[in-house]
Ligand binder design. Sequence first.
Ligand code: ATR
Length: 278
Amino acid sequence: MSDQPPPLAGVAGWPVSHSLSPRLHGHWLARYNLPGFYVPLGIDPKNFETAIRALPMLGFKGVNLTIPFKETILSFADSVSDRAALIGSANTLVFREDGSILADSTDGFGFIENLQQNAPNWDASAGPALVLGAGGASRAVLSSLLSAGAPEIRLTNRTRQRSEILKDHFGARITIVDWNQSEEAADGVNLVVNTTSLGMKGNAELAFNLGDAPENALVTDIVYTPLETGLLASARARGNPVVDGLGMLIFQAVPGFESWFGMRPEVDQALREAILSK
Ligand code: ATR
């Protein structure tokens, strides 16, 4: 009989108690009856590097990162994937046999996979997209839309300077739109995405009228608390196809689970219910 300890993984954050990732990975471990554990790791930022470097010695195969560690990790990871370097943050660490750290970002993958699985008729390359917000989440959304072939991305943000930084980084297919012109910029798009924190439980609503958007434009939100944001509700009411943000959270978890526990997990309704039920 093997005396290999069960593989460990987790999510490192500060605070971390809000994270749904333990529930998500725990569901997959139970469903596939795999040995292993996925745990929340609250790490004081001043101990971040020391704590992360110790994890491989404790039997961890890797971890997810959440606030405030997703950018910091890039300064000391032993290698950084191309997509993490492009996005400027990492959410998935894989520890190699020698204890070295590979930092990867699966946020863009999670975003685009969620749309492709839940709106299979939508084609990123078929028309312009409108992206609201220019923060960290927006970087992942922009990189994945560009690699999926979006011909133009209209980017709008309350603070215009942050849009300009992203245009400098991501290039000519980004068009900057003033925040107060964002509704008009929905004219002719095939996708509207909210990447701001507006509409999240406890925050102000996103005041955005979809009146200028085509009725077949796909509308999605990276906010998933509530699952049906004001933006999604108004899109649904006028007949637009809608994809909620929970799928992005779920799909970004797939590559990490596969690396750490050796099996590519399935995403289905039972998983969504398990995450939402408690
Ligand atoms: P994240 O990493 O989750 O994207 P972030 O980098 O803090 O978080 O970005 C939050 C996004 O929500 C930004 O686009 C932010 O706009 P600013 O760059 O102008 O701050 C947007 N946001 C937050 N509160 C907002 C508000 N009250 N009105 C408009 N945009 C807001």
